[in-house]
Design a binder for this molecule. Sequence first.
Ligand code: SF4
Ligand code: SF4
Length: 146
Amino acid sequence: MTKKPFWETKRLEEMTTEEWESLCDGCGRCCIYILHNEETGDVFETDVGCKLFDAKKRRCTDYQNRSKRVPDCVQLTPQNVRSLTWLPKSCAYRRLAKGEGLAEWHPLVSGDRQSVVDAGIAVSPHLVSEDEIDDELLESRITRER
Ligand code: SF4
Ligand code: SF4
């Protein structure tokens, strides 16, 4: 008999910090600028990334100090993932909070970080940094609806 993985047996609140952090699939889609249409509620992704985001490696370059350096960087918690409706539907935290389980392309399931890219979930490695673009131009940088 094989032991079930922690994400199938524990509630989000019961996970260790290490388990919690490992749930992130590394898609990078919470590190890009998104635009909300306040009338329709629609959310659009852009190809503009946070100044701390390394798009090639799909990693925050200063994860430990991210809240200090980027005050509007939202730290996910078991409490807030249920209400952050702008998170992509593919986000592992959102999926688990909704009882959907992890997708087959999730690195914890596939054993391969590249599977997020192959499944078309990860952000482009060619993002523009927020430092390189005016806020007024964000609308022209929309790539897809979320
Ligand atoms: S959207 Fe979710 S899974 Fe993707 S990088 Fe952000 S926290 Fe991780
Ligand atoms: S500070 Fe880091 S974790 Fe937060 S949005 Fe920017 S790159 Fe992502």
